[in-house]
Design a protein around this ligand. Structure first.
Ligand code: EPS
Length: 352
């Protein structure tokens, strides 16, 4: 059951990235500048590759918005890949006899190359790389920015923070850790936390396996390229139940209060009114200068993994991507619970 639904398309070095969102209520004040600010946040971070200097990552809206407000019709968002200018022939839609240019056949361990080539029958691993690349997260962040616009109207706000890069847990050491990694020709991952405030009680459900909001958040975060671990709230490993579970007390005005939030704002697959706290671990990016053993798909000989321009570390960007994904999960649940064809209707239902 999806109320905020969308499809995205686009290859990393293709002409553009596109998304069509359906389900945004009519009358939402549409802030293109905000989408572009979010796109700039995704580009940033120490350790990002040269591609980020090429791309402007600005969005064009080609449907669903008129005179600054949503119409209730599908919204189309487009981000032009400026690097496409250098790839026009390589990414040609029409048949071209250029298959050797930028093609490669040695699998990068940790990337989609091997499994993707077997699944889709590609001999040129470029055909796998182009869509499996994290480049597509740009348009996903644009979709997330639209979700955030709806949340903002309801007073719900999200932030993220990188908490670990490699072995460094202290923010002052992050850049140094990344610089050392770069010198070695290696790559490095890390951990981040996303927090959403003012989320109402009652999003998601325990009544069926696919309705738990924790499961939906886990799917949304786990499917970010390179994410291998998702935690909701405090990792419970090693805790006694009496230390882990968030006790109920009454505050001075007699309202129910929870002095702790180890559950990360979700109990029984339902939001409980506390902050939503979700963390994820990103593995080191698989494309790196440091040589990894591999096999050549064409020669069937042992070889070394393909290398091309990449990021040394993208944990900061990944956190922004995760913020967006949490936003679209929350908006979907809000539209399911409160409904509304217009923003006025949604806000009235939400208040009630
Ligand atoms: C990315 C764009 C890509 C990569 C990166 C993410 O651009 P290019 O391949 O032209 O350098 O920099 O993707 C990966 C590292 C990956 O392994 O998928 C972006 O826009 O975020």
């Amino acid at each position: 059951m999806e109320k905020f639904r969308f499809l995205t398309s686009g290859e990393s070095h293709g002409k553009s990235l596109t998304a069509i969102i359906e389900g945004v209520p009519a009358g939402l004040e549409f802030d293109i500048d905000f989408i572009n600010e979010e796109l700039q946040r995704r580009k940033q971070g120490h350790g990002r590759g040269a591609r980020m200097k090429i791309e402007s990552d600005t969005v064009q809206i080609t449907s669903g918005v008129r005179f600054g407000k949503t119409l209730g019709s599908p919204i189309t968002l487009v981000i032009e890949n400026l690097d496409f200018e250098n790839w026009q022939k390589i990414m040609s839609v029409a048949p071209e006899n250029l298959t050797e240019v930028k093609s490669f056949s040695t699998f990068r361990p940790g990337h989609a190359d091997y499994a993707g080539s077997v699944k889709y029958g590609h001999q040129d691993l470029r055909n796998v790389l182009e869509r499996s690349s994290a480049r597509k997260t740009a348009i996903e962040v644009a979709v997330g920015a639209v979700a955030k616009m709806i949340l903002k109207q309801l007073g719900i706000t999200g932030i993220s923070e990188v908490t670990q890069v490699g072995c460094a847990c202290n923010q002052e050491e992050f850049n140094n850790e990344i610089d050392i990694t770069k010198e070695k020709g290696d790559s490095i991952g890390g951990k981040f936390t996303v927090i959403y405030k003012n989320v109402p009680v009652g999003l998601g459900s325990y009544v069926h396996w696919d309705r738990g909001i924790d499961g939906r958040l886990a799917q949304a975060l786990m499917s970010i390229p390179a994410v291998k671990v998702v935690e909701i709230g405090t990792n419970p490993l090693g805790f006694y139940g009496s230390d882990y579970h968030d006790e109920f007390v009454l505050d001075d005005e007699g309202n129910i209060d929870r002095p702790t939030n180890h559950a990360g704002g979700i109990e029984g697959g339902i939001t409980n009114g506390q902050d939503i706290v979700v963390s994820a671990v990103m593995k080191p990016i698989p494309t790196m200068k440091k040589v990894l053993k591999s096999v050549d798909l064409k020669t069937k000989q042992e070889s070394v993994a393909h290398y091309e321009r990449s990021d040394v570390c993208a944990v900061e960007s990944c956190a922004v991507v995760a913020e967006s994904r949490v936003a679209w999960v929350l908006v979907n649940e809000i539209l399911l619970k409160y409904g509304g064809d217009t923003m006025d209707e949604l806000m009235k239902n939400f208040k009630n």
